[in-house]
Design a protein around this ligand. Structure first.
Ligand SMILES: [Zn+2]
Ligand SMILES: [Zn+2]
Length: 422
């Protein structure tokens, strides 16, 4: 694919943003593209994910997204293979003797209403989201295009070895990384690059290896009380609202840890029906993070204790469900050095940083750790892009020049790695 084909594909995916486990159109389009390439393996849906998945929407919601994908022209035979919300794909190309190198890109979108302002390029250029209320507000549309571009660039070269490209679903809810990491497809990978555009770095800047991923664990807790008339029989109620409120304020009271940074946040609370009813059911959604996986686990254990105790204090029951989770990791120096050297020599790259702290979380860490635990190297590369709005906002957009730069940097880095020691 030429650079302008990649831009066109990015715009097409931008028009069809889909959230975690609902990337039906996106996966179908990627598979269609991959089928045109000379591959030795193309694995789709259930073949690229371990069975143990969390956060899968109910059948009605999955069906609605399949229907939307079908209406948009997704191929029926591919859609059938994604039944149950098994989205994503892995492409494998074997080109003789050499190491196995890999690239991971994510493909999902966010529940955000996209700006229709004339200053917002997707709106003025006619590729604004057609799935109202959803938006590619993090650049994963560009990531999917970059994945195909890197595949083409490596296969067009004299590469010797095996190349795998992972098109991962469900990053935004940090639910796709773990089942893909456990699929077995990473177990023979010697070097893995993951990529993100933007992250407040301008077009032309490349970060060879991002560090400082916070380990994260998200939870949903549902408090169940006993309803009662708030005026006539308040004493016979067990108040789920009070239990939830007690939990929220005490979650923020978990002690800091001497070993490093931690975070806690409750981002959603909902429940109750009327002022004169002692609330029967209240749900909260929150998350804890840590500079290391151990610090995150410390926060997670304490958070669960707070939630259970808050329920107990107010005579309520509580169900705590784990939502997304991701470990911490670092980019490896050997791979970071290769990317840095290649980037400094790539047209369009104006500055290269060896490292930067993400300060957030990413479930690419599951894939990176899988490779690192087996003796391979992994690095998380950031390719800067001028983005008018911040990530996860309605005016986020990608400077499309970034797509070509990212393809060059990543493809040439994988090639350079594969030739090490020649
Ligand atoms: Zn994001
Ligand atoms: Zn992202």
């Amino acid at each position: 694919m030429t650079e302008s084909d990649l831009v066109e594909l990015r715009r097409e995916l931008h028009r069809h943003p889909e959230p975690a486990w609902c990337e039906f159109y996106t996966t179908a389009r990627i598979v269609e593209e991959l089928e045109r390439r000379d591959l030795d393996g193309l694995y789709v849906g259930p073949e690229v994910l371990d069975d143990d998945r969390i956060g899968v929407p109910d059948d009605a919601e999955l069906d609605a997204w399949v229907e939307r994908a079908r209406d948009a022209g997704a191929r029926e035979d591919v859609l059938r293979g994604l039944d149950g919300g098994y989205t994503g794909a892995v492409a494998v190309a074997e080109r003789g003797d050499g190491p196995t190198v890999a690239l991971r890109v994510d493909i999902d979108a966010l529940p955000i209403e996209e700006s229709s302002d004339v200053d917002h390029v997707p709106a003025s250029e006619g590729f604004r989201s057609e799935n109202e209320g959803y938006m590619h507000a993090c650049g994963h549309d560009a990531h999917a295009a970059i994945g195909l571009g890197v595949l083409d660039a490596v296969l067009d070269s004299d590469f010797a070895g095996t190349l795998k490209v992972f098109f991962q679903p469900g990053e935004e809810r940090i639910v796709g990384g773990e089942p893909m990491a456990n699929s077995g497809h990473l177990d023979d990978v010697d070097a893995l690059l993951a990529v993100h555009v933007g992250l407040d770095h301008p077009t032309g800047q490349v970060v060879a290896g991002i560090d400082g991923f916070l380990a994260v664990s998200q939870f949903e807790a549902t408090f169940r009380g006993t309803p009662a008339h708030a005026g006539a029989r308040p004493e016979s109620g067990e108040n789920a609202m009070q239990a939830a409120a007690t939990a929220v304020s005490n979650l923020y009271g978990i002690s800091r840890h001497a070993d490093g940074a931690t975070r806690v946040n409750v981002g959603v609370i909902e429940g109750g029906t009327a002022t004169n009813i002692v609330p029967e059911r209240v749900g909260i959604e929150g998350e804890v993070r840590g500079e290391t996986t151990e610090l995150m686990q410390y926060m997670d254990e304490r958070a669960r204790r707070v939630i259970r105790s808050a329920a107990e204090m107010h005579g309520c029951g509580v169900d705590i469900e784990r939502a997304g989770v991701a470990p911490s990791t670092e980019s490896d120096d050997d791979l970071r050095a290769v990317v840095g050297e290649v980037a400094r020599d790539t047209p369009g790259v104006t500055s290269v940083l060896d490292s930067d702290h993400l300060g957030g979380s990413e479930d690419a860490t599951y894939l990176m750790r899988r490779v690192q635990e087996r003796g391979g190297s992994a690095a998380y590369v950031c390719v800067g892009t001028d983005h008018p709005g911040g990530h996860h906002t309605s005016t986020f957009d990608v400077d499309e020049e970034t797509i070509g730069i990212a393809v060059d940097v990543l493809a040439r880095s994988l090639l350079a790695w594969s030739r090490r020691g020649d």
